[in-house]
Design a protein around this ligand. Sequence first.
Ligand code: NAP
Length: 297
Amino acid sequence: MKIFITGANGLLGQAVTSIFTRETGWELICSSVEDKSFLDYGNKYEKLDITDKEEVKRVINLHRPDVIVNCAAFTNVDACETERELCWKLNVDGVKNLIIAARKEDCRIIHISTDYVFDGKNGPYTEEDTPNPISFYGRSKLAAENALTTSEVNHAIVRTMVLFGIGINIKPNFALWIIDKLKAADNINIVDDQIGNATMVDDLAWGILKVVEKKQTGIFNIAGSDILSRYDFALKICDVFGFNKALVHRIKTKDLNQPAPRPLNSGLVILKAASQLGISPMDSLESIRLLKTQLGN
Ligand SMILES: NC(=O)c1ccc[n+]([C@@H]2O[C@H](COP(=O)([O-])OP(=O)(O)OC[C@H]3O[C@@H](n4cnc5c(N)ncnc54)[C@H](OP(=O)(O)O)[C@@H]3O)[C@@H](O)[C@H]2O)c1
């Protein structure tokens, strides 16, 4: 099989590239906005901005992949609130460009979405629950889902949340930020009213591999196996790394005055992925332990 990965230099893109390279014999074509791949596995690489419709058509037509795994996105939730045009161009129009190219080449799309399509009033959510985004980022991600579900392209949508893990030149994620701060003995304020699953990127990439391998369609929630507050997650990091818990202070989301509203009582029910894909994502403690090993601590 030939797999085309967009956003391959991001956190998830690198994990997908690594795990697909290690675990499958599939031919991978990696792409991102940078001149070259951050990983050195010898896969083909194309510099590709998914907002460039003609380039997307040209590159997909050149490689004729069986599957596109779309890991490219505008992921800064607060910046999406203020840079709406850019957010829409990448998160919605970019996906539409992939749909047009995939339709022409008869190729499947695996697209990554988020719990931010929900309002966080009564999570955890199953794949059947009705979305109601409260942020611009969430609206853009839902619009991309809708573009796919109303297209004729064979596709799967994978929803995930609070992604963490390691990678080369990646943006700081929630877990790495906490570890850096506590290692430096800095005090940190962590919200105790945002509830959900924290997801190790390796587990998500493995789930995506199963979606591809089993040729699954429709929506799948793939996330860590337990549901907890961000504050409790920070305390688990303290337990595993031996950091001083007195440095971690509880606050409420409203105290942060962030531009984008957050779904508070969120979370994703992962029973469908467990039964149909045969995956068993780690819980938060197991993931943090693995992260510690990966960091060489
Ligand atoms: N991170 C989370 O907590 C989280 C939670 C739920 C869902 N998700 C979803 O999971 C997916 C992967 O997220 P992630 O955390 O891996 O994000 P990420 O690390 O920000 O990766 C996104 C990648 O897309 C690239 N990109 C930006 N603009 C592009 C363009 N025009 N064309 C092609 N590539 C472009 C980025 O490059 P630059 O870095 O150079 O901009 C980056 O390498 C996204 O769909 C996101 O919405 C993430």
